[in-house]
Write a protein that binds this ligand. Structure first.
Ligand SMILES: [Zn+2]
Length: 173
């Protein structure tokens, strides 16, 4: 990854946007959100960032992934990422989250892998936690289908989640 002031500024915006979704966004009391949360893309850096409200330990996890992974063979002939996360990249992400006032209690993976994640101690906004609980409860009209329901009511509940505003540099999936 080539870090320039421009890509750094975009990462700052992604973190601001994602953390505002996790911590400052009031979700409707008739919406549900998957515990996977949202993904914000950083195409110029070949990265995407995940903001998961309830990951490991049921607390938020911010993750960074290489978007387009290239592979090469190591000396043993095994396929490994040729463009993994940079050494120190995951640590820098954890440091930046700390700088923003969040206690970090763990990191997972990182260089030489293609994914890394940071565990945050502060729980997500209560209304987002409630929305994740509503997801885990599953469809109330078709309990036997649980979270795999595709009826109108279940999809409408999902569609009512408030997402971050879309920006040119940041797409939501
Ligand atoms: Zn249903």
């Amino acid at each position: 990854m080539t870090t320039t002031p421009h890509t750094q500024q975009q990462l700052d915006e992604i973190l601001t946007t994602g953390l505002a979704w996790l911590y400052d966004t009031v979700q409707p009391d008739n919406a549900h959100a998957s515990h996977h949360g949202i993904v914000l893309h950083h195409p110029e850096a070949n990265r995407w960032y995940g903001f998961c409200p309830a990951g490991a330990r049921n607390l938020p996890v911010v993750s960074v992934d290489v978007t387009k992974v290239e592979y090469k063979l190591d000396n043993a002939g095994d396929s490994i990422p040729a463009n993994p996360l940079e050494p120190g990249e995951l640590r820098a992400l954890a440091d930046e989250l700390r700088r923003r006032g969040l206690d970090v209690d763990n990191t997972w993976n990182g260089h030489p892998g293609k994914t890394g994640s940071v565990g945050i101690v502060r729980p997500a906004h209560p209304t987002l936690i409630a929305a994740v609980d509503r997801y885990r409860r599953g469809c109330t009209e078709h309990p036997q289908r649980s979270v795999f329901c595709d009826c109108e009511a279940w999809r409408a509940e999902s569609a009512r989640i408030i997402h971050p505003p879309r920006r040119p540099a940041v797409s939501v999936s």
